[in-house]
Ligand binder design. Structure first.
Ligand SMILES: [Zn+2]
Length: 468
């Protein structure tokens, strides 16, 4: 018989519209599955976790992160997108060895688990050799996280892979044979690691490359994820329209950032069954543009939140929820001022903390393409859960439990985390041993910084400066 655990007496924010928010309920976990949710469950000899006064939520879903960049965390606090391309992608990425990718993916995935992120979409554009791909998957596997491995392309030269030698688009294709080999390894579409395709898209690539990569995704039966409409990058303008013209608007495609989609393109995303992944902290900080969560949500387009890059901001979903709530409400308040609305009326059409939590959990699972088996606390789904300490000094007293999670809590309140029914964090501590993975990530950082060379004036990461 599989192991059974009863989480007892918690405030349960199921994110399942049929079950809603339960002020005091139990959750029975049987093996890897949520067996039952409700008050006073009879669980026989199940192991009991007393969660009285605590809040249980589905695990967070990070819908897009370049996990390989964990080795160079905080190397680029003041970068804009354009300087990020020039330094991180053109200078650091070519230096990565397979062991750097392994160390970064393992440490980055542990960072996720610590923060209550139970599903990570690893947008892996560091496929410099087949060994890099194997290392990326190994790192995810070692951590025990649920993930979508979004297999990408090499980042050995910005011009070759992003702009093309004639600046008219890359002629280099994703390695189809390697993609097929990895698909055969990640063939279980309900397994702990599933597969997606991380592509560059129109303008960055010549049309025949775009055609090839989208058709490769179709052949492999996996979803496409692509960055579009960000910053003042001419290359990212009109990409969705370009895909429509090529007949490549596939359902379940994730359009990352989408900061400057035209109204027509928004309808194309909706009508083709696409979704968006927004990284509000990064988009605001690095100049991509506003995170248009409200626009997408009003159109019925699933919104997932994402951390994007560890080089520039914190990577937890509390940060993303704060950023989206602040920026989208701030924009609406400003619009109300500009529309000269009567100050005696409340500002209309504001997003809510409940929207933010939904985007960080169940809608994120929709964006990741796995909402049929995770993303909400629903009997029959996988047990991917987080217990938030309701007694913590920055959380108690609780009045509105959603506000307690979205507006008050932080990583330090992530007490217990289940992935696939397994406890990966308990009593505020990761179960995994950290010494080995930490040693590896520090060694990776030191290697990469030692090779980086020729930093831009005034730009020298602190670790390198300390050694200089
Ligand atoms: Zn990105």
């Amino acid at each position: 018989m599989s192991e059974r655990t009863l989480i007892k007496g918690a405030i349960v924010l199921t994110q399942d519209p049929a079950l809603g928010e339960l002020p005091e309920a139990d959750i029975l976990i049987d093996g890897d599955t949520i067996a039952a949710v409700g008050p006073n469950l009879d669980a026989g000899d199940a192991k009991v976790i007393d969660a009285t006064g605590d809040i249980v939520i589905p695990g967070f879903v990070d819908t897009h992160r370049h996990t390989w960049e964990t080795s160079i965390r905080t190397s680029a606090p003041d970068f804009a997108l354009i300087t990020y391309f020039g330094s991180i992608l053109d200078k650091f990425a070519p230096l990565y060895r397979p062991e750097d990718v392994l160390a970064a993916n393992r440490w980055g995935a542990l960072d996720c688990l610590n923060a209550g992120i139970t599903t990570l979409v690893d947008w892996s554009h560091i496929m410099n050799t087949p060994a890099h791909a194997d290392a990326a998957i190994q790192g995810l596997q070692d951590s025990g996280i649920r993930s979508v491995f979004a297999f990408g392309f090499p980042n050995t030269s910005l011009q070759v892979w992003w702009f093309g030698l004639d600046w008219g688009g890359s002629v280099e294709r994703i390695d189809g044979d390697l993609a097929r080999r990895i698909r055969s390894q990640l063939s279980d579409d309900r397994g702990l690691i599933t597969m997606g395709l991380a592509t560059r898209g129109p303008n960055f690539c010549k049309p025949d490359v775009v055609q090839y990569e989208w058709e490769l995704a179709k052949e492999l039966g996996i979803n496409v994820t692509v960055h579009v409409a960000m910053d003042r990058f001419g290359y990212t303008k009109g990409q969705v329209k370009g895909l429509k013209d090529m007949g490549l608007l596939y359902p379940n495609t994730t359009y990352i950032h989408s900061s400057h989609l035209t109204d027509d393109e928004w309808l194309m995303v909706r009508d083709s069954g696409g979704n968006v992944s927004l990284s509000p902290q990064i988009e605001l900080q690095m100049g991509h543009g506003w995170a248009p969560a409200q626009k997408a949500d009003q159109l019925g387009i699933p919104v997932g939140l994402s951390s994007d890059v560890a080089t520039t901001a914190s990577t937890d979903q509390f940060t993303q929820m704060h950023a989206i709530l602040s920026s989208e409400r701030g924009r609406r308040h400003q619009a109300a001022w500009d529309e000269d609305l009567d100050g005696n009326e409340p500002t209309p059409d504001l997003i809510t903390s409940r929207d933010a939590l939904r985007w960080a959990t169940i809608d994120g699972a929709k964006v990741a393409g796995i909402a049929d088996y995770t993303g909400s606390i629903t009997p029959g789904k996988k047990a991917d859960l987080v217990i938030i300490d309701g007694s913590a000094v920055n959380v108690a007293p609780i009045i509105d439990p959603v506000a307690a999670v979205v507006c008050a809590a932080d990583i330090s309140n992530v007490d217990t985390v289940f992935v696939d029914g397994r406890i990966v964090k308990q009593g505020g501590k990761l179960v995994a041993a950290l010494d080995g993975p930490r040693r590896d990530i520090l060694a990776s950082r030191d290697h990469l910084l030692s090779k980086f060379g020729d930093p831009e004036p005034g730009w020298l990461p602190v670790a390198a400066r300390a050694r200089a």
